[in-house]
Structures are given as structure tokens and as C-alpha cells.
Write a protein of this length. Structure first.
Length: 256
């Protein structure tokens, strides 16, 4: 289907009123990947919103693998900035149905920060494969280690943490009772955190037994905090055999 069949010859109205060259440096420095763009993706800064502009920052849904516009307040995976759209895409077909589009996206390389649509400081810390033209500023250094969390997610009910949740800080704001988070099967390279937003027991439970090391013991199955504002960080040792739990703040650790 095409909208050019039978069209009257001559100039039509302008389709685009902007120029969005967001890359810099050699054209060979970009890293590209194939991507399935969700038909429900919108560009909230454009009119109409179903016209996605080049330079739009994207995040990938964990459940579907599809890309939508990056949203730092989302909880489906699109809160992690992971790609940039390189061409404008219309997400409605000529019958006005939303359809998925298959196209390449930029996943690394030099980019102009001011021309990335939807970019914020949180996204800059997640985009460790990109080089910003403003990298002389420390906050614009990709993947800056002073900001370790890729995501911050609220949980008020029991949840089993996934490997794809790595570098996530969980909080229990709004919880009315105990909340238990079960860690994934242990492996090296994991880093998780919990923060008490509500004065309710917030529990980290190992997938195994007796492999949690903390100030309250060396072979625990679980650890928890209750005091509002308390933070625990759990990460694995290089051998992938122990969860090392560190206390941040004055919250008392309870270990089992």
C-alpha cells in the first residue's frame, strides 16, 4: 500500500519542518542493530505523535523485545535508554491502524547530546556505548560510576528478581506489609539494592541457602530492613558463590 498512487502532480505541503542530524564524527563510528519498533510508540514532542522523529531516544520492553520511546518513569524496560531512532517512522498505516515497524537503530557511537530527543541525565548514565559531544562535563560521561542504578522500581508485593533487573534499586513505598524479593540464581556480576520507602519489612531472599554475607552473619538465607529510608545493597563475589550485603545508613539488618 502506498499514499503516492494516483496523487495529483505537483508540490504538496511540507512533510517535515526540521533537520535532525544528531550524530557527529566519522559515519563509520556508529554501531547499529535491527529493532522492532512497537506500533504503540509515540513521539510526545511531535505533531502528530505517531510520527517518530529521527534522534528519538528509545527503550526496549522486557516482555516483548519491542522498542518504544524512552520513559524514565516506566517499569516495563523502556525506562532504560538503549537506542536512538535513525530515521523518521510513521506508526500508522494508511488505514490508520497502528503497526510495528522493523528498522535499524543506533546503539553506540558519537552523538550530539542537544539533538537527542528525550535525553536526560538518567539516560546519559545508561548509555555507556555512546560518546557525547559534551563529554568534557563529568555528568555527560556515559556510564558514570557515581550513579550505579540503571532503574528504580517500586514493589509493594512479593517479586522474583530477574537477571534483566541487574543494577536496579527497588523500594517499597506504599507497602502495607512485608515485601520479599527473591534474588535470581547466583552468578557473578549482579548488583541490586533495596530502599525502605515504607516502614515495613523489606526482605532480600537468596535463591540458594546459606550464601549471604553481611554484618549480621556469614551464611544467611535472607536479610531485611524495616526502618524507613534504610538501604541495603547486594552484589556477588567474583566467583559467583556469595551475596555480599552492605548496609547504607543506620537501618538495622535482620538476617535469617
Amino acid at each position: 500500500m502506498t499514499d503516492s498512487y494516483g496523487i495529483v502532480p505537483g508540490l504538496t505541503t511540507s512533510r517535515e519542518t526540521y533537520e535532525q542530524e544528531f550524530r557527529w564524527g566519522s559515519q563509520f563510528q556508529g554501531v547499529f542493530a535491527n529493532a522492532l519498533i512497537s506500533g504503540s510508540a509515540v513521539d510526545v514532542g511531535n505533531t502528530p505523535t505517531f510520527e517518530l522523529r529521527p534522534g528519538l531516544l528509545l527503550g526496549q520492553q522486557i516482555a516483548t523485545g519491542k522498542y518504544l520511546a524512552y520513559s524514565p518513569t516506566a517499569t516495563d524496560g523502556t525506562e532504560v535508554a538503549s537506542a536512538i531512532l535513525i530515521e523518521g517512522l510513521r506508526m500508522l498505516d494508511f488505514l490508520n491502524n497502528a503497526v510495528d515497524r522493523f528498522y535499524a537503530v543506533l546503539v553506540g557511537g558519537p552523538v550530539q547530546a542537544a539533538k537527542i530527543l528525550g535525553l536526560d541525565n538518567n539516560a546519559k548514565q545508561q548509555m555507556d556505548k555512546f560518546i557525547f559531544d559534551t563529554s568534557s562535563s563529568f555528568i555527560d560521561m556515559p556510564g558514570a560510576h557515581w550513579y550505579p542504578w540503571r532503574r528504580q522500581i517500586n514493589k509493594t508485593a512479593a517479586y522474583t528478581i530477574l537477571s534483566t533487573d541487574n543494577f536496579t534499586l527497588f523500594d517499597n513505598t506504599g507497602a502495607t506489609g512485608s515485601v520479599t524479593l527473591t534474588l535470581p540464581p547466583i552468578a557473578n556480576g549482579y548488583y541490586f539494592g533495596i530502599r525502605c520507602g515504607a516502614a515495613q519489612p523489606f526482605v532480600l531472599l537468596s535463591n540458594e541457602t546459606g550464601n549471604m554475607v553481611n554484618s549480621a552473619g556469614f551464611s544467611n538465607n535472607s536479610v531485611s530492613i524495616t526502618a524507613s529510608g534504610g538501604i541495603l545493597v547486594a552484589y556477588t563475589n567474583p566467583a559467583g558463590t556469595k551475596w555480599i550485603v552492605e548496609q547504607r545508613g543506620t537501618a538495622t539488618i535482620t538476617a535469617v
